[in-house]
Design a protein around this ligand. Structure first.
Ligand SMILES: NC(=O)c1ccc[n+]([C@@H]2O[C@H](COP(=O)([O-])OP(=O)(O)OC[C@H]3O[C@@H](n4cnc5c(N)ncnc54)[C@H](OP(=O)(O)O)[C@@H]3O)[C@@H](O)[C@H]2O)c1
Length: 289
């Protein structure tokens, strides 16, 4: 009993140290993992891998030795990514499939087809998303509904499909890409988007709670990115604390590899901003939107 307790304390201490290192120095943390090729023999499925954070994560995970199962609608981009990464990392296997996540049935079919390809999926990153919401009450219900459907209902379908696979395997790591905009209700074009991402974060927390309750060895991580310059915000003016896609994806991958339950990325300043957003009056929170 005492031995078990000591081993649990030691494991928790190592995990916390990793998470702190990954949060403070993501690039150095990833360098260490790269040397170990920690992804060797494992497979990661990423949705929305044709651009931005999904594409960036695919590059970094490939570097760590993982096999990749990538999907999106723009298959020419996925094919280009496969060609480039296969040449760079000949030891890994990469498969891609077309997937429009608004086609819920297709999500289950595509995820299962990847299981057929690889035999086992170690991690699924629910990343596909859009940022196209508009002020509420301005006649743009169609746009807001689409955003909520893609970012929440399609993400729910992806979580269902991933958890089907992980339950059958009795192992796996589900990662959802939420957003800092999930921390509070936000104004203007962020209202429906933020609500969809808050819904997704809550969904992931519920699945995590269920894994605790049922003692299944399936890990759930919720990532809250701050502003990262990608196609989703191409036309936006300079954004508060924005970073480029390379910096952003390194922070995300480091947090995922460190096995966080939840992380604001990049950790600085967003973990502090996140706490402030939760507790400050709305007039002040409005300043980061
Ligand atoms: N960049 C940021 O500042 C930021 C901050 C917080 C959270 N996020 C979240 O991070 C995730 C990735 O965004 P990003 O910044 O990388 O933007 P992005 O470059 O626009 O990438 C979005 C990805 O989602 C895919 N996607 C969109 N609609 C889809 C659909 N109907 N079916 C399948 N795939 C679809 C796109 O692929 P196709 O168009 O080829 O299908 C693309 O690969 C999103 O969930 C976003 O909300 C981003």
């Amino acid at each position: 009993m005492q031995h078990k307790l000591m081993s649990l304390v030691a494991k928790t201490a190592i995990k916390s140290k990793d998470q702190l290192f990954g949060a403070i120095q993501p690039a150095r943390y990833l360098k260490g993992l790269n040397k170990q090729q920690i992804g060797h023999g494992k497979t990661i499925l990423i949705t929305g891998a044709s651009s931005g954070l999904g594409e960036g994560m695919a590059r970094l995970f490939a570097k760590l030795g993982y096999n990749l199962a990538i999907c999106a609608r723009r298959t020419e981009r996925l094919e280009g990514l496969k060609t480039e990464l296969s040449a760079q990392y000949p030891d890994i296997r990469i498969e891609y499939r077309v997937l429009d996540v608004s086609d819920y049935e297709a999500i289950f079919e595509v995820f299962d087809a990847f299981v057929g390809d690889f035999g086992h999926i170690d991690r699924v990153v629910v990343n596909a998303g859009i940022g196209d919401s508009r002020r509420i009450g301005k006649g743009r219900f169609d746009t807001n509904r689409r955003t909520v459907e893609i970012n929440f209902v399609s993400a729910l379908a992806q979580c269902e499909a991933a958890m089907n696979i992980f339950r059958a395997q009795n192992s796996g790591h589900l990662v959802v890409i939420s957003s800092m905009s999930a921390m509070r209700g936000l104004p203007k074009h962020l209202t429906a988007y933020g609500a969809s991402k808050a819904g997704l974060a809550h969904l992931a927390e519920g699945i995590r709670a269920d894994m605790l309750l049922t003692k299944l060895p399936i890990q759930i991580s919720t990532i809250y990115p701050g502003y990262i310059r990608t196609e989703i915000n191409t036309n936006a003016k300079p954004l508060p604390f924005e970073v480029d896609a390379d910096t952003g994806t390194k922070a995300i991958v480091a947090a995922i590899e460190a096995g966080v339950e939840e992380a604001c990325v990049p950790s600085l300043p967003w973990s502090i901003v996140g706490q402030a957003m939760k507790h400050l009056p709305l007039q002040i929170v409005n300043k980061v939107s």
